[in-house]
Design a protein around this ligand. Structure first.
Ligand code: NAP
Length: 522
């Protein structure tokens, strides 16, 4: 069986004991183990801050960008092996694995390109320079320099590759070394990717470290200039956010947590509108990609009451013929969840939601699974629940069922529909279906404060929009409230988390000298 090590202090090290067993969720077979017991984490972190930090700070943005592009080129060569690893460790077929593996390569390329554009600078200056007093010769500008710490990235089980590299790409470009910690149960692909980069001698000393298990002490080991970017459940986010040592040190913390993302059809959508077909397509896609294990997946479908039966029936008609089972079989549309524990949690969560309405598909009326032993495979049928009275329902707006499960609900007045979406108390994304741009804008204004991203969907935009659940590096990712209150990506904005902003009060000639050698933060 494979043993996953950790890249710490510039070399591969192993922990004591057997540690955690990683399994194939389709067959239940063990595939690898990883343990971080007894590894000298504090020493490795100190080394990475010192060695990796000075390496990166001596590089220009263009050189950091070239480094990211070299990572992307190398990872592209190994894609098939990574798809295979995702299949074995996560039960994802190639369509699903692409989101993680190619997504990782794409985000490295995107930030590599931004680095190239920033050229020879090593720090940034904000574009605005303001006059503070009557003097026009003495002004203030805002300088952004790399923090001399370690960028710790802790990731969730569902995106071991993309989740790791979206954090590594932005930290590296900002000039901070990274320590990546994928979720242990799905760490295989992250391990293979970092191993390949290391074996190809592409990682400058200390610039990227990897911990494939453990890490419970990470928050207790942070220093003032460190950053801790976390993606995972709201419970773990709360635990880390309130860590006394992290608070005392004033280290930066960002959380990407769970979310009850909605798709809302506005009243102009009627029974024959082509945009209604777009809504059905979007829901089916979101439910089945990675078996609904995306933080951005649609969980709540909010439609005018007159369309409720039609939407439920159309969804049931599309979902019921889908084949669920072994993703190695090309006839299979959807593979298993990542573990039996997730399967249990999704089935239990769906049963709770069904108490607030009725189950239309899935749940107890499970389908026949293909090429798997249901006693060991973590399979779950697409599950559709119709909520009886959505405004008095509670769980559907509070409980994230992290799998192929959506709840459909109707509204009478558009304001009620908007209010239902807002009951998610902070979401990563919502899609608004409407053929009327001004109605979309009104909805966006009403939903904005509780959403990180809003997508317009109609028959005109459907071919252009990357999709409800797809996170693009140009757009910010994150959401307020229960979604964690954090923000990642969004072009150069993402670098701010890793840079210290300093007000520079100086005479105009000093500020001009700074401007001459700085990159511009727009
Ligand atoms: P999780 O149980 O919170 O674990 C997330 C990560 O935190 C794992 O790497 C885990 O390590 C680590 N961890 C757990 N406790 C820790 C502690 N005390 N100190 C340091 N690290 C700790 O979440 P999950 O089950 O992997 O992920 C599913 C959740 O993530 C879902 O709710 C989903 O919505 C959310 N998610 C959000 C986003 C987003 O961008 N907003 C993206 C993906 C997923 P081990 O694996 O070793 O336990």
């Amino acid at each position: 069986m494979m043993r996953l090590g950790h890249l710490l202090g510039g070399r591969w090290v192993d922990g004591e004991g057997e540690g955690t067993v990683l399994r194939d969720p389709t067959t239940g077979s063990p595939i690898a183990t990883s343990s971080a017991d007894g590894v000298a984490l504090a020493d490795a972190m100190a080394w990475a801050r010192r060695v990796g930090g000075s390496q990166l700070r001596s590089m220009t943005f263009a050189q950091r960008g070239e480094l990211l592009l070299s990572f992307a080129d190398k990872l592209k060569e190994g894609r098939q092996a990574y798809y295979d690893a995702v299949l074995t460790n996560m039960g994802a077929n190639k369509r699903d694995a692409v989101f993680d593996v190619d997504g990782a390569i794409a985000v490295l390329r995107y930030y590599g390109g931004l680095g190239r554009d920033l050229g020879d600078a090593r720090f940034l200056l904000e574009s605005e320079v303001a006059q503070m007093t009557r003097s026009v010769d003495f002004r203030v500008g805002h300088l952004l320099t790399s923090r001399h710490g370690l960028a710790i990235g802790i990731n969730a089980f569902n995106f071991p590759a993309w989740g790791m590299f979206e954090k590594v790409a932005t930290a590296t470009l900002a000039g901070m070394p990274s320590l990546a910690k994928p979720a242990t149960q799905t760490a295989l692909v992250a391990y293979l990717m970092v191993r390949d980069l290391h074996e190809a001698h592409l990682i400058p000393e200390g610039v990227l470290s990897l911990l494939t298990a453990g890490g419970r002490e990470l928050a207790d080991l942070v220093e003032e200039e460190d950053t801790l970017a976390f993606t995972g459940s709201a419970d773990t986010a709360a635990q880390l956010r309130s860590n006394r040592h992290l608070i005392a040190r004033g280290a930066r913390f960002n959380a990407e947590a769970d979310s009850l993302n909605a798709i809302i059809a506005l009243p102009d959508v009627d029974a024959n509108s082509p945009s209604l077909a777009c809504l059905i397509d979007a829901i089916v896609t979101e439910m089945t990609i990675k078996a609904g294990q995306k933080c951005t997946a649609i969980r709540r479908v909010i439609v005018p009451e007159r369309l409720l039966d039609q939407v439920s029936e159309a969804l049931a008609a599309r979902l019921s013929p889908l084949k669920v089972g072994d993703p190695r079989n090309p006839q299979v549309d959807m593979g298993p969840l990542v573990s039996r524990a997730q399967q249990e949690s999704v089935i239990a969560g769906a049963a709770l939601l069904a108490q607030e309405g009725k189950s239309l598909l899935g749940g107890a009326n499970a389908v026949e699974f293909v090429d798997v032993d249901p006693k060991v495979a973590a399979v779950v049928a697409p599950t559709l629940i119709e909520i009886g009275d959505p405004s008095s329902a509670r769980l559907v707006h509070e409980l994230e069922v992290f799998g192929p499960c959506v709840a459909v609900m109707g509204y009478r007045e558009v304001a009620d529909g908007i209010e239902l979406a807002r009951r998610g108390r902070g979401s990563l994304v919502a899609t608004v279906v409407s053929d009327d741009s001004s109605a979309f804008v009104e909805a966006a204004l009403a939903l904005g404060s509780l959403h990180g991203r809003l997508a317009q969907l109609n028959s005109r935009t459907v071919g252009e929009n990357p999709g409800h659940g797809v996170v693009m590096p140009q757009a910010v990712h994150g959401g307020p409230g229960r979604a964690g209150g954090g923000e990642e990506l969004g072009g150069l904005r993402a670098l701010r988390f890793y840079l210290q902003r300093t007000a520079i009060q100086a005479d105009v000639s000093a500020l001009s000298s700074l401007r001459a050698v700085a990159g511009e933060m727009r």
